[in-house]
Design a protein. Structure first.
Length: 192
């Protein structure tokens, strides 16, 4: 079980409100899916609030990625649990999911009226490349945090090739990478 990290001298209700409002804002301004929220989480949770460190965030991202479900919800659950246990996980999950739910509900109510509108179509055509950039930026940032160098660049390249070119399931790639990391750690430990 992860140790619960205190969030400073704040009353218990304010702690949960602080978690909810932080993740609500992250969820509200995340366009492009869960990976696009990584820079926002880093800015708010690591840099501004200092609730967790960069290395810890990278570990939580890896765990959230390897678990089934929506990445944005998974990362919210793990951070909330790390900070305040099960109720922290519930609060951060609600904070992360509620903005998307409300926005999708609002869009669903009016989408049929604007679906064929040429201006709406052009707006979505412009948003698509920006979403790719929002996903690509965290990938490069995570590569820096994971200390990808010329010596280990082959690992993400091989994983990408296995998934994209050869059609391997990401689950098998994650399991293979985990097993490889374990074996590498054992070998490195034996040499010490």
């Amino acid at each position: 079980m992860l140790p619960i990290r205190p969030i400073g001298p704040i009353s218990p209700m304010n702690i949960y409100w602080n978690l909810f409002s932080t993740f609500f804002r992250i969820g509200l301004f995340t366009i492009g899916g869960g990976y696009a929220m990584i820079p926002l989480i880093e800015a708010k949770v690591v840099d501004e609030k200092k609730w967790i460190g960069r290395e810890e965030l990278l570990d939580l991202i890896a765990v959230a990625q390897s678990c089934p479900g929506i990445f944005a919800i998974n990362i919210g659950i793990f951070i909330g649990y790390k900070l305040r246990g099960k109720w922290g996980a519930v609060v951060t999950t609600l904070g992360t999911a509620l903005p998307s739910f409300l926005i999708i509900l609002a869009i669903a109510l009016v989408f049929q009226q604007f679906r064929e509108n040429i201006y709406v179509e052009r707006i979505f055509r412009g948003i698509r490349p920006a979403v790719v950039a929002l996903i690509a930026a965290p990938v490069f940032k995570m590569a820096q945090m994971a200390k990808i160098s010329r010596y280990n660049i082959w690992i993400p390249v091989a994983a990408t090739a296995l998934i994209w070119l050869l059609g391997f399931s990401p689950i098998y790639v994650i399991l293979l990478a985990g097993a490889g990391g374990y074996v590498y750690g054992q070998i490195k430990e034996d040499k010490l």
